[in-house]
Design a protein around this ligand. Structure first.
Ligand code: C2E
Ligand code: MG
Ligand code: MG
Length: 694
């Protein structure tokens, strides 16, 4: 009970010590009282015996002489012995000879049959009275024990006092002693409690003794040490885990954001994508229906972008798109949306516009934004964009129609010569349908090689001898009839067919012209047109070389016409291609010169042979003095640069005379011959001079 009870160790120890010392004291006290009692009895009997011996000896004479009075007198001497209350002298036969009795004392009536014992609480002793060794009687002494009892009581009281004192001393000592044991344990328990309460494993119990408790403290401390280390380890692992979880969470968040971004944005340019554009357009339309207000949708398509992709590669095309997207972004308000709708198409959604002019202003800004050349990997590219604008609610009542109409308006911009803005009008739909059907038909015609070539003569200005022919592609569709190059060439440029067309024209023209001369070296030069962009095609030299070797056409008789606008696209590569072509003996001429404001110094650096003055200048000769000056200047300048000059589109004799007068080297135009099929041209070149002027 003591062990299990809810007492503190201190109390338990106290109790144990007190119980141990108390019971030891009690047992020894009892022992002491018992032994005291016993020794008192023994000593009393001994004393009575000695007294009895003396009295017996003193009574021998009285018995011998049968003198009871004398015996009585001897017995009376016992008066001095306070402890003896009565005495009797018996004769040998047991008869009472003399007796003595103190006041209150009593005598046994008979002679006891024991030598000693107690009668009525009194001790008695019987001793023989001997004469010369023979018993002549006996003496009985009775002692009253009350005197002894009083002494015994005194002894007991003293003993109890000593016991109490000892107990108090034991209490004090045990209360001190228990501390020796309990204090270290209590301290240990305190430390353990603090560790638990504060969760602090760096705490240590103080070692107060070197005994088992001391080693328990050591064990406890080393256990704490271990727990502390494990705790630290655990904390580290936990921290690492938390850190990892944090990193993973942020990675996951980042990834989710990226994914979200990827879903709603174009990966190449970072602009909104088609999904986002459609969403916002739909939202804008819904809002506009509910709260009123106008929207404008701008549909942008980069001009001849396919040429860049085809000739310089997709990597450069992509970089160009990124740059263009950046420039476009700078023109758009935060509340509006600019998106890449796919390929080279962009869409702009303008919210809450007050008038169509506002939309036109933004469109103009976009056009201007890419007016300055964009440098991509050493190429100086001149992108432009055609824009179609559609208004909500005027030009369509749903997102799909509006986008389609903006697209249609954009195609009108392309048809009108690129880099333009066109507002949608309802008549446009028919045209766009035609454009799409034309594109399909052209694709088929190119695939089935159903194009053909007409040749227009070029004549020496002085002699009027045919010195060359220009190959011009012709396309007659079974349903549409003849479609002019000014319609299908831009279309082919746009849908990426121009490359095949040019290659086909070059190959076919070389073969046909060679045929006119029966396979011998032609006496005239052949001019073939190459579309812008084509010239910087890196494998152009390879393509031309292969065509020459396949057909057997001499490079020295071939001239490639490149429109002036191409010369803006300068690069080391382009220069290299010019040089390589020149190595094949091929001449290079600038077509439609005067329309693109080429810098003269730039032309000087080019390995060129001929400038072809654009027909727009020739047309107005005699009417517009400015054009006369321009033509005159071009001729002089070209000659200064060691270039030959050809006047295109010469329709009248006045025009011919003007260019002749100013030293133009060659002429080309309806005045001398329209483009004609191969067979007719073959006949024509048989005549050396143009007959009409003879
Ligand atoms: P271009 O290379 O400047 O060709 C001259 C154009 O002017 C031809 O138109 C020709 O028929 C026309 N022309 C010639 N003399 C006169 C004249 O006295 N008066 C007028 N009004 N016009 C004249 P065409 O054949 O319609 O070709 C138009 C343009 O299409 C060409 O201009 C050329 O840039 C392009 N083209 C034609 N064939 C090809 C081709 O095979 N490849 C490429 N890339 N472009 C081609
Ligand atoms: Mg030409
Ligand atoms: Mg021309």
């Amino acid at each position: 009970m003591l062990i299990q009870g809810g007492y503190s160790i201190r109390k338990k120890l106290m109790l144990v010590l007190l119980l141990t010392s108390g019971s030891a004291l009690l047992i020894s006290a009892i022992g002491f009282v018992v032994s005291d009692w016993y020794s008192l009895q023994t000593s009393t009997i001994e004393r009575l015996r000695a007294e009895a011996g003396i009295i017996g000896n003193n009574s021998v004479a009285a018995i011998t002489f049968d003198d009871p009075d004398s015996a009585q007198g001897t017995l009376s001497t016992l008066e001095a012995e306070v402890a003896i209350v009565s005495a009797a002298l018996f004769l040998k036969d047991g008869s009472l000879f003399a007796s003595y009795k103190r006041d209150g004392g009593s005598l046994p009536l008979e002679h006891p049959d024991k030598e000693s014992g107690s009668i009525n609480g009194n001790l008695f002793v019987v001793a023989p009275v001997k004469l010369e060794g023979e018993a002549i009687g006996s003496i009985l002494l009775v002692s009253d024990l009350s005197y002894w009892k009083q002494r015994q009581l005194l002894h007991l009281i003293i003993g109890l006092g000593v016991l109490l004192a000892s107990f108090i001393v034991a209490l004090i000592i045990s209360s001190r002693l228990q501390r020796v044991v309990s204090v270290p344990i209590v301290k240990l328990a305190e430390t353990a409690r603090r560790v638990t309460e504060q969760n602090d494993y760096s705490l240590r119990a103080k070692k107060l003794s070197k005994d088992e408790i001391g080693s328990l403290v050591d064990d406890f401390n080393s256990m704490l040490q271990q727990i502390q280390e494990q705790d630290a380890e655990l904390k580290k692992v936990q921290e690492h885990l938390e850190e990892t979880v944090e990193i993973r969470t942020s990675e996951l968040t980042e990834l989710t954001l990226q994914l979200e971004h990827q879903v709603y944005h174009d990966t190449l340019t970072g602009l909104a994508n088609r999904i986002t554009f459609d969403d916002r357009l739909q939202l804008a339309i819904d809002q506009s229906r509910r709260y009123g207000g106008n929207l404008a949708i701008l549909f942008l398509d980069l001009d001849r972008f396919k040429v860049v992709n085809d000739t310089l590669g997709h990597a450069i095309g992509d970089k160009l798109l990124i740059q263009v997207a950046k420039r476009f972004s700078s023109c758009i308000r935060a509340s509006d949306t600019l998106a890449r709708l796919g390929g080279d198409e962009f869409g702009v959604l303008l919210m809450q516009i007050n008038s169509a002019t506002e939309a036109a202003d933004v469109a103009n800004k976009l056009i201007k934004a890419i007016a300055d050349p964009i440098e991509v990997e050493g190429y100086s590219l001149h992108p432009s964009t055609s824009i179609g604008i559609c208004l909500f609610p005027d030009d369509g009542d749903n997102a799909e129609t509006i986008l389609k109409n903006a697209d249609t308006a954009m195609y009108r911009s392309k048809d009108q010569g690129y880099n333009q803005i066109t507002f949608f009008s309802s008549e446009m739909n028919a045209q766009i349908v035609r454009r799409h059907s034309l594109e399909n038909k052209l694709r088929q015609a190119v695939r089935e090689e159903r194009l053909n070539i007409h040749y227009q003569p070029r004549l020496d200005t002085e002699s009027l001898n045919i010195i060359g022919v220009e190959a011009l592609a012709r396309w007659t569709d079974p349903e549409e009839g003849e479609i002019t190059p000014s319609e299908f060439i831009p279309l082919a440029e746009d849908c990426g067919l121009i490359r095949d067309i040019d290659e086909w024209v070059l190959k076919s023209a070389c073969s046909e012209v060679l045929k006119w001369y029966g396979g011998e070296t032609p006496q005239i030069s052949l001019s073939v047109n190459l579309s812008p962009g084509k010239f910087i095609r890196k494998d152009l030299h390879k393509m031309v070389k292969q065509t020459l070797s396949h057909t057997g056409f001499p490079g020295s008789q071939l001239e490639l016409e490149i429109t002036e606008s191409l010369f803006g696209q300068e690069s080391e590569d382009a220069m290299g291609v010019f040089e390589q072509l020149r190595e094949l003996g091929v001449e290079i001429s600038v077509d439609d010169f005067g329309t693109a404001y080429s810098s003269l110094s730039r032309l000087k650096q080019r390995p060129l042979n001929t400038l072809k003055i654009d027909q727009s200048f020739v047309r107005d000769l005699g009417k517009d003095p400015d054009d006369e000056t321009i033509v005159r200047t071009i001729i002089t300048m070209a000659h200064n640069l060691n270039l030959k000059v050809v006047a295109e589109g010469v329709e009248t004799e006045d025009q011919y005379n003007f260019v002749k007068q100013h030293g133009c080297d060659a002429v080309q135009g309806f005045l001398f011959g329209k483009p004609v099929p191969a067979e007719e041209m073959e006949k024509l070149i048989k005549g050396v001079k143009y007959k009409g002027l003879e």
